[in-house]
Each structure stands twice: as structure tokens, then as C-alpha cells.
Design a protein around this ligand. Structure first.
Ligand SMILES: Cc1cc2nc3c(=O)[nH]c(=O)nc-3n(C[C@H](O)[C@H](O)[C@H](O)COP(=O)(O)O)c2cc1C
Length: 189
């Protein structure tokens, strides 16, 4: 499914977004619009110029893959064409919450973004050091998401405490996609 075109101008300054960014752990029931979801995914990994993306990537090898869980199911973000593809048609947020040491706010968020990486895309070129590069890259992506959410008046946070295998099982993704961050997203409750 094609996402709405992202907006390239906003009303919140970068400085304001940086000041507003805070870890939010209470979410209202209000849905996140498809326009806002589009904006967040674009900020995370959207294409800007040719194959180049919004976040830096060591050697331009782009190991990051994004998955989104909503009440409709699980979707994978495809930067080329700015689309999402359905992976499973099932509500999994409660199970994601359980996989993340029962951090309950994950199931309360209307959108749960999971940042994963395919490490071999980078380690095949850079060896062991490539592992460091992938972790560094996930930080860039997560920060873009934090700032995009702040600019949209949405709350989020980065969650690093979870069982990798459980998260992969719940999302229905292969072991190649190693989860690095879970980011619940929604209106502040
Ligand atoms: C690597 C990393 C892992 C984190 N994991 C969790 C987590 O599992 N659960 C959680 O509630 N917050 C988690 N956080 C969020 C921090 O608790 C939060 O950033 C910190 O308290 C500072 O608050 P602030 O983000 O509002 O500035 C994590 C942050 C980082 C950088």
C-alpha cells in the first residue's frame, strides 16, 4: 500500500522538536493518522536523493528494516515507492508488550515501530566493526523518529529491553532481521 506523500516543510522548528522530545509512556486511544505514520516512516528511512535516505548509513549499505504493528496487523516499510507491505493480518501489540518484559505501554500505543537490522549487509564489507556501525545507525534512525514525533505532537520512546527471538516470532519475521529498538507511538495520554 502506497503511503501519502511526506511533507517537506513543517511548522515546528528543529530546536522546538529537540526541546519537546521526551520519553512518553502513556498513550491515549486516539489513532495515529496515515499521514502522520507516513511522515514518521519517511523521517526514519525515507528516500531523499536517489537511493540516499534520511539517516546516514555506513558505506550506504542500508541494513535497517522497519516493521510497524497497528490494530490492523504487521507491516514492513519499503522506502522505494514509500510503501508498506502487509506481513500478518493480526493484532500483535499485546504479544509485543509481553516480549518486552511486559512493558504495558507498548500494547497501549496505536502504532508500534520495530527497528530491525540485517547485520550481514554491513559485516560482509566491514567485518566485526560492521556490528558497531549497525548499532550506531539504528540510533540515527530512532532519533529521527523521536524528532518527527515531537514535531507532529506525538509521543514515543526507545525501548531496548526485550527478547529478540520472541519479537521476531510475534512479528512473523526471519532471524535475519535482528530487532534493535521497539518504539511505541501515539498521542500523549
Ligand atoms: C538504549 C536505550 C534503551 C532504552 N530502553 C528502555 C526500555 O526498555 N524501557 C523504557 O521504558 N525506556 C527505555 N529507554 C528510555 C530511557 O529510559 C529514557 O531515554 C531516559 O529515562 C531519559 O528520558 P528522556 O528520553 O525523556 O530524556 C531506553 C533508552 C535507551 C537510550
Amino acid at each position: 500500500m502506497e503511503l501519502p506523500k511526506p511533507k517537506y516543510t513543517g511548522t515546528v522548528s528543529l530546536e522546538d522538536a529537540i526541546i519537546q522530545r521526551r520519553s512518553i509512556r502513556r498513550f491515549s486511544d486516539e489513532i495515529v493518522s496515515i499521514e502522520d505514520l507516513s511522515q514518521i516512516l519517511w523521517a526514519a528511512q525515507g528516500l531523499t536523493k536517489g537511493r540516499q535516505r534520511t539517516a546516514p548509513s555506513a558505506g550506504g549499505l542500508y541494513p535497517i528494516e522497519l516493521f510497524v504493528a497497528t490494530h490492523d496487523g504487521v507491516f514492513r516499510y519499503v522506502p522505494d515507492g514509500h510503501r508498506i507491505e502487509e506481513i500478518i493480518k493480526k493484532e500483535v501489540r499485546a504479544k509485543l508488550s509481553a516480549a518486552a518484559l511486559n512493558q504495558g505501554f507498548i500494547k497501549d500505543a496505536p502504532v508500534v515501530l520495530v527497528i530491525t537490522a540485517v547485520f550481514e549487509r554491513v559485516t560482509s564489507k566491514y567485518g566485526e566493526r560492521g556490528e558497531r556501525y549497525v548499532h550506531q545507525e539504528s540510533g540515527h534512525v530512532a532519533q529521527n523518529v523521536c524528532l518527527a514525533c515531537a514535531a507532529l505532537g506525538l509521543g514515543t520512546l526507545v525501548v531496548g529491553a526485550f527478547h529478540d527471538l520472541e519479537v521476531q516470532k510475534v512479528l512473523g519475521i526471519s532471524e535475519r532481521f535482528e530487532p534493535l529498538y521497539i518504539m511505541p507511538i501515539g498521542r500523549k495520554g
